[in-house]
Each structure stands twice: as C-alpha cells, then as structure tokens.
Design a protein around this ligand. Structure first.
Ligand code: ADP
Ligand code: ZN
Length: 356
C-alpha cells in the first residue's frame, strides 16, 4: 500500500492507495461524527462491510446512476445531515463511483459552508480519475456538471478490494482512462505495454492505479482550478470521445475516450505531428481495451456535439492529441476541418479492416 500527498495552495489531501487501505485507515480517519453517502448497487453488495466498519454512522443511499446527480438528491442529502444533527466538525464520506463522489463532495462543500470530505472511490474510473483533484458537481438545467465547486477531500482511500465486484463494463471504463494516462506519461505507457495481456489482473491494476493517481496529482498541483492549460492534458481523447459518447452512447465513457483518442491520433498522423512506430504502438494499447474501433457513418452529426467542448476558443475545436511517448499537444481546428479530418480517419479505419 502507498501513501502520498497532494499539496495545494489552500489545502492538503492524503491519498491511501492499495490493498488493505480501507481496513487500515477508513475507521480511524472518519471518526465518530460522520455521514456516509453511497449508492444502491454498492450498498447491496457492501452493506455489511459498511455497517461493521462504521458502527452507528448514518448511511444515505442514493439510487445508482447519473440521474441521481440532481438538485433534489443534493438537498435530500443536506436535509438528512441536518436531521441527524451533524455539525460543522462532521465528515462526509463519499463511498462509491464518480456519481457519489460528485454529489457527496458537493454536499460536503455546502454543508455549514464546508465540512471535511473523505473520498472512498469504488470504481476503477473514480480511483484513477474523479476522486483526485477536487471537482464536485451536479447536473442542472440539462447541462452535465453545470453547478459545482472545487472542493479538495481531506483524504482519498483507493482500495482495490472494491474492484472485485465491478461489472466488466465499469472495469473497461476505468481501463480506458488508464490507457489515456499512458499517452500522457512515459512510465505508465511502458508499464501498460509490459502488461498488455493482464490489464484486468487486480495486482496489475493496483500498481497502475497508484501511477495514474501520482500523474494526476502532478497535473492538479500545477493547475488546481483548471485555468492555465496544464489540466487540459487530462482531456486527451475527450473532445471526440465525448462527442461520440453523447451521440451514440452505448459504450462506457472510458471506451469512448479511447475511440476518440484513436480518431484524434489518426488526425495527428495526417497532420504530420505524430509518426513512426509510436502511433502504431499506442493503437495496440487502445485496442487492448476497445477490441474494434467503430467506423461511424453519421460522423458529421456527432461532430456537432464537439462544438460545446469547454476547451474550444474563438470558434475553433480544440483536441489534445498524442505526439510522442508521454507527450500530447493541443490542435485547434475549424469545424469544417474537424469534420473532414474525422471523415478521413473513419475511411482509414474502414480501409484497414478491408485489408485485414
Ligand atoms: P463512474 O464510472 O463515474 O465511477 P458511477 O458512480 O455511476 O460511475 O458507477 C458506475 C456503476 O458501478 C454504478 O452502477 C455503481 O452503482 C456501480 N458500482 C460502483 N462501485 C461498484 C463496486 N465496487 N462494485 C459493483 N458495482 C459498483
Ligand atoms: Zn474522462
């Protein structure tokens, strides 16, 4: 098990990562004045563990799924905290995936103007991504994450114990984001290559989770509030991936990130900023998670959704593309150029299937 810190201008978070972290630290860190938020799927599996670890601590169970990230659920959580007479010294425990982390984190930031927050991420995606970095939010007025706050947890406990019960789709989702880290970090890239056949082994996941968290800490420390561009790199693959996710919406978020990265990699190759063996190797890593990259027919319609990407400026679409081992670059394209590039990429993928 590894312990690391994230030191930011106004706060410090300690991250406990690895097998045994939950058993060793959860009870002690949370104390007796706490409120646990989890979701219905997790509670079904882990009620006994939760109730035996945090004896007589109130547990608030939200319905599983993104739909719960709304203002009604948020205020229900806050109301329940008042009903349980919690005070400003209490601690909110977000025990779950990204949905629980987002809404419980936001509730912690609001209750009594902010109380202690502990994140216990139970999905692979939340362990490598959303539980670190302090972003919390709900979806409001039809817009995802439109209302929220930067609110750093006091501690994050990322224990792979929870991953054993994770559905395959959720595992692939997290792996998608892990391979994305491979494009950002040379050491993660090499480790992924060495383990390309055992991506789903818990022992491999355990060590790569820590590497991804360490990378994210570096990025977040350099750009706590997502303002100076450093944090943008974490968005590699996301412009196109997110547009495909919104338009087609069948696979998991992480898989769409990788599909987006594959298309964006082809764009980088065509524009001559990524070449040689590297893009071929990265494609192999991507295809270790997404077996077959889809060739989309309505690509121009999906592309419209990329117009809303938060990285865009001056009417240009921003994509963060891989260029060489551990390095990505921002490319800005007009909408017309972007659609044309995506269509070329789709054609290239189609051709590669016909050849093989
Ligand atoms: P995210 O992928 O952002 O972490 P969610 O919070 O929606 O998203 O979690 C994804 C799904 O996995 C939800 O249905 C949730 O209930 C379920 N889940 C979360 N953790 C576990 C776990 N350890 N075992 C089984 N299912 C889990
Ligand atoms: Zn993502």
């Amino acid at each position: 098990m590894k312990i690391t810190e994230i030191n930011l201008s106004s706060s410090k978070s300690v991250i406990y990562c690895g097998v045994g972290a939950f058993e060793k630290y959860a009870k002690q860190l949370i104390g007796t004045n706490a409120f646990i938020v989890t979701d219905s799927n997790i509670y079904k599996i882990y009620a006994k563990l939760i109730n035996e670890t945090f004896v007589s601590t109130p547990v608030y169970v939200i319905s599983a799924g993104e739909k719960s990230k709304n203002k009604k659920t948020l205020f229900n959580i806050l109301q329940a905290m008042l009903e349980h007479n919690l005070d400003r010294d209490c601690c909110v425990v977000a025990l779950g995936g990204g949905v629980v982390g987002d809404i419980a984190g936001f509730a912690a930031s609001m209750f009594m103007r902010g109380v202690k927050l502990i994140q216990i991420p139970t999905t692979l995606l939340a362990q490598v991504d959303s539980s670190v970095g302090g972003k919390t939010a709900i979806d409001f007025y039809g817009v995802k994450n439109s209302v929220g706050a930067f609110y750093q947890p006091f501690a994050v406990i990322a224990d792979s114990l929870f991953l054993k019960t994770l559905p395959v789709r959720e595992l692939r989702c997290g792996l998608g984001e892990i391979v994305k880290y491979g494009a950002l970090d040379k050491d993660i890239y090499n480790k992924l290559f060495e383990n390309i056949k055992n991506f789903s082994d818990i022992s491999f996941l355990q060590s790569i989770i820590f590497d991804c968290i360490a990378h994210k800490i570096e990025v977040v420390s350099a750009d706590e509030r997502d303002v100076n561009g450093v944090r943008k790199t974490l968005n590699a693959g996301h412009t196109t991936g997110h547009a495909f996710e919104l338009f087609y919406g069948r696979k998991s978020h992480g898989e769409y990130v990788l599909i987006g990265m594959y298309y964006e990699l082809l764009i980088a190759e065509r524009r001559g900023i990524c070449w040689g063996q590297y893009p071929e190797n990265l494609k192999k890593l991507i295809c270790a998670v997404v077996k077959k990259i889809p060739v989309y027919a309505d690509i121009n319609k999906a592309a419209i959704l990329a117009l809303h990407d938060k990285k865009n400026t001056e009417g240009l679409i921003s994509i963060i593309v891989p260029v060489s081992e551990g390095r990505v670059e921002e490319v800005k394209l007009s909408f017309e150029e972007y659609v044309k590039e995506l269509e070329y990429a789709a054609m290239e993928i189609q051709n590669s299937y016909e050849k093989s």
